[in-house]
Design a protein around this ligand. Structure first.
Ligand code: CP
Length: 305
């Protein structure tokens, strides 16, 4: 693996290898790298989970995170994102983690730097490390993907999480369904649409999506109460879910909108477990990139903490 930009061209074998790697790191830990390496964390869009879990994952691996704040950087003097990335490479970063509101920006930068690039969310494009932590959470629960029925529910049109997950889950043999208000459907995603009521009654996993307020030009068309009762996970719907079914949400959660407030921490919810898994999923991705690129010897990691 040269970069980690998308779930599009990753084989079933490679995805499963990353999931199992993340699971093993969570279980056994990993020996930190004894070589000075820096990671440039270039977040041009707000983030709590992704940015902080990359920082923790890097520290656990023995990598020094280089924090970056656009508002105090030379972006303010007109420097481009491309030149910012090239600067991090020039001063010694061994990898770049990029979040930006522009689709494909990480791919464009990856084509012009010699270090690995990780897409930490690009506009409505993809969010592959979120996808990997979602897959790890599903794997820990069900130990398989084939035959699982998964509904991805909500703001499909503006969601990079929906795109990455639908692609990867299909590759892994799961049955993917989408559910959303009619005007938030995305016809470029070729999966069957069902209602939220069908989703809760038939699926093993209900993956709710945050309403992406920042990507709705002219504001969100639905009131909070109306959205929850028409398209969200209410307490009444949760009670109709299959006995073993679980709830996922990438967070941040709009409590009382996509999901009833009291369900965020209910026994079916794996929302905070997803966040915990984010650290290990990101460690697995960075470990693989460093070893595949020959920056760190694979044998180094065989020794446990
Ligand atoms: N799920 C996710 O990407 O959260 P942040 O925006 O807080 O990183």
């Amino acid at each position: 693996m040269e970069h980690f930009l998308s779930m599009k061209n990753i084989s079933e074998h490679e995805i499963l290898r990353l999931i199992k790697e993340a699971d093993a790191i969570k279980e056994n830990g990993v020996s930190p790298i004894h070589k000075q390496l820096f990671a440039g964390n270039l977040f041009f869009e707000p983030s709590t989970r992704t940015k902080m879990s990359f920082t923790i994952a890097q520290r656990k691996l023995g990598i020094d995170p280089l924090d970056f704040a656009g508002e105090t950087s030379s972006l303010q003097k007109g420097e481009s994102i491309y030149d910012t990335a090239k600067t991090f490479e020039a001063i010694g970063a061994s990898m770049l983690v990029i979040r930006h509101n522009q689709e494909n920006i990480a791919n464009q930068i990856a084509a012009h730097v010699s270090i690995p690039v990780i897409n930490a969310g690009d506009g409505k494009g993809e969010h592959p490390t979120q996808c990997l932590l979602d897959l790890l959470t599903i794997y820990q629960e069900f130990n398989k993907f084939t035959g699982l029925k998964i509904a991805i529910a909500g703001d499909i049109k503006h969601s990079r999480v929906a795109r990455s997950n639908a692609l990867a889950l299909q590759t892994l043999g799961a049955e993917v369904y989408l559910t959303s208000p009619p005007d938030w459907q995305d016809n470029q995603l070729d999966y069957p649409y069902i209602t939220i009521d069908e989703a809760v009654e038939t699926c093993d996993i209900v993956m709710l999506l945050r309403i992406q307020h920042e990507r709705h030009e002219g504001g969100v068309a639905y009131g909070k109460q109306h959205y929850l009762s028409a398209y969200g996970l209410t307490k009444a719907r949760e009670q109709r879910m299959k006995r073993h079914a679980i709830i996922l949400h990438p967070a941040p959660v709009n409590r009382g909108v996509e999901i009833a407030d009291e369900l965020v921490e209910c026994s079916r919810s794996r929302i905070f477990k997803q966040m915990e898994n984010g650290v290990y999923a990101r460690m697995a991705v960075m470990k693989r990139l460093l070893t595949d690129r020959g920056i760190i010897d694979e044998n180094h990691f065989n020794q446990r903490e």
